[in-house]
Ligand binder design. Structure first.
Ligand code: C2E
Length: 352
């Protein structure tokens, strides 16, 4: 997808595509922020690609194209491109540094070879030189050659030092890019991609160690209504608030992520059901008991509530079967009146 769009934006139709992107964004009532523009450029460049289909779904469902929607889509569909750009840039710098170091080493080799030749010439000349002035000239020549080697060695050290620093800076930069690609920009929690990977890993570990593991999925109740009433910016603040409570709950080895628009997910490795339930219920109560305020007007927004569903890993469960059961439990919470937590086992026993 990225390659296709990159070609299009450098090809003969580039300006046409950019104009069409702006015009379609305007028609859809989407602000032309740089991120929205990037997303829409990809969408129009490849409408049937995964990002294109997701944008069509959001628009078709009448969901607002808010800042958080854009960030979710970017985290889900653009990070690979971003990360690969960072890697490509890093590759260029690394290449340059390696070339510099290789040239410096080659120059040092040449200098040392010359020095060796100078030394052996001097040794030969000394044995035949009876004249002190001739000897003095040989020694002066040796001193000059030695200083040259010292200078070159100091230069090589300096270049190696600067390359080491540049490579360390690069490593830090790449590490940051990797973290960004795994983080939801609005809430700073893990994003869906990171969470999916961790969930697969947690399932494999639970299976191998025959250990318990619980997945919880959480959804903010009536979030759409809240967004429609108070606007997307306030909606984004609510997402940040819920995320901050969940983040406090998710001390290592627990993992919390923003899973979708207003949906969050948590992994509880090796904890019994009671402890998981207690932790989730404490978060539910904390969130529901806080009266939020709209920052711009100080209007009282009232409390928001969350619903959750949890499922414990069973032998043979994969990430997707576990997610399915946790989702069913979440829907049971919604059907049961919201602001509650349902255990998938309770849903299973009712169904049985
Ligand atoms: P934030 O605005 O960046 O605030 C970060 C943290 O600073 C808050 O974490 C809280 O510990 C502290 N803080 C900020 N403003 C106030 C304040 O006016 N009074 C008090 N007592 N503490 C304050 P917290 O509470 O976990 O909230 C996390 C995020 O959730 C906030 O990030 C904000 O984006 C959102 N949020 C929380 N409560 C409200 C609210 O009542 N209205 C709005 N619009 N957003 C809220």
């Amino acid at each position: 997808m990225t390659t296709q769009v990159e070609t299009a934006v450098r090809g003969p139709e580039a300006y046409g595509l950019a104009r069409r992107t702006i015009s379609e964004m305007e028609q859809a009532g989407v602000w032309p922020t740089p991120l929205n523009f990037e997303l829409w450029l990809h969408y129009l460049g490849d409408p049937e690609g995964p990002l294109g289909r997701e944008i069509q779904r959001v628009l078709g469902a009448g969901e607002p194209f808010s800042e958080s929607t854009a960030e979710m889509l970017a985290a889900e569909y653009l990070p690979r491109g971003r990360l690969s750009e960072e890697i490509r840039d890093a590759g260029v710098v690394l290449d340059r540094e390696l070339r510099t170091v290789a040239e410096a080493i080659a120059a040092a080799h040449r200098t040392h070879a010359d020095y060796g030749a100078t030394l052996s010439d001097a040794g030969r000349d000394m044995t035949s030189a009876a004249d002190p002035s001739r000897l003095k000239k040989i020694v002066t020549g040796l001193a000059t050659a030695t200083r040259k080697v010292q200078r070159e060695t100091a230069g090589l050290e300096k270049r190696l030092d600067s390359s080491t620093r540049e490579i360390a800076r690069l490593r830090e930069h790449l590490e940051q890019a990797r973290r960004d690609a795994m983080t939801d920009a609005l809430t700073n929690l893990a994003n869906r991609k990171a969470f999916d990977e961790q969930l697969v890993r947690a399932c494999v570990e639970a299976e191998a160690a025959e250990r318990t593991m619980t997945l919880a999925v959480i959804d903010i109740d009536h979030f759409k209504r809240f967004n429609d009433t108070w606007g997307h910016q306030t909606g984004d603040q609510v997402l940040r608030y819920v995320a901050s409570v969940l983040n406090r709950l998710a001390r290592h080895p627990r993992v919390a992520a923003r899973y979708g628009g207003e949906e969050f997910a948590l992994i509880f490795p090796a904890e019994n059901r009671l402890k998981v339930m207690e932790a989730l219920d404490a978060a539910r109560q904390e969130i529901g008991s806080r009266a939020l305020r709209r920052r711009s007007t100080n209007d009282e927004l009232g409390a928001i509530t969350i619903s959750a569903g949890l499922a414990q890993h069973r032998k043979g469960d994969t990430a997707s079967t576990l997610l399915e059961r946790a989702d069913e439990a979440l829907y049971a919470s919604k059907r049961g009146g919201r602001n509650r937590i349902t255990d998938a086992d309770a849903v299973d026993s009712v169904a049985a």
